[in-house]
Design a protein around this ligand. Structure first.
Ligand code: MN3
Length: 223
């Protein structure tokens, strides 16, 4: 398969003022597109490997030939990580988690305020470039994790349902060196309804590729 850049599930001005249009356009159109192009380039001479979905590649990195494993880790990870990042954001609505997701967050972290504090602390303390995640563990509990660079949680069998990009390219145009301000702003544009749908779909055992790469607007019709 050729890996493709997913369309954004919102217009680039829709997340203002929390996420500025100029950063979003560069972030999606240049950075994410670059990971997709580089992944396709890395796999051009490996047609058998390139038949796998990006989620399959990242879950089984050991089966990727050693000479392209770093390229797949960085660019496959970059592609998958950003695909989730876009789909878990939307125009600010002041909503909160509901239903099964709300119950799972309360049972794993105490309450939503405690979860947000733990998540923001993990994001603030991450050294250098990387990501902070809310994920579903194999046993179904929720966890908060961080990864460096474009490493994916999938290789640890942790399935992310919320992604925060902490590379400087994600926020530097507007927030400069103020990562804490980016984290504060980002909470306003988390699409909790979509995070809840991802949680349900993972608990139901749907294929990771369907969950992460299917068209978000299509999924909205299910509810
Ligand atoms: Mn990024």
């Amino acid at each position: 398969m050729a890996y493709t850049l997913p369309a954004l599930p919102f217009s680039t001005g829709d997340l203002e003022p929390f996420y500025d249009r100029a950063t979003l356009e560069l972030h999606h159109g240049k950075h994410h597109a670059g990971y997709v192009d580089n992944l396709n380039r890395a796999l051009a001479d490996y047609p058998i490997i390139a038949e796998q979905t990006v989620e399959e590649l990242l879950t089984n990195l050991q089966s990727v030939p050693a000479e392209i494993r770093t390229a797949v880790t960085n660019n496959g990870g970059g592609h998958a990580n950003h695909s989730l990042f876009w789909r878990t954001m939307g125009p600010a609505k002041e909503t909160l988690p509901t239903g099964d997701l709300d119950r799972a967050l309360n049972s794993s972290f105490g309450d939503i305020a405690k979860f947000k504090k733990l998540f923001a602390n993990a994001a603030s303390q991450l050294f250098g470039a990387g990501w902070t995640w809310l994920y579903v563990e194999a046993a179904g509990r929720l966890g908060i994790g961080t990864t460096q660079n474009q490493d994916s949680l999938l290789e640890k069998n942790q399935k992310p349902i919320l992604a925060l990009d902490l590379w400087e390219h994600a926020y530097y145009l507007k927030f400069h060196n103020r990562r804490a301000d980016w984290i504060d702003a980002w909470w306003n544009i988390v699409d909790w309804a979509e995070v809840g749908r991802l949680h349900v779909r993972i608990m139901e055992g749907e294929s990771l590729h369907e969950i992460y790469q299917s068209d978000k607007s299509h999924e909205l019709k299910d509810k």
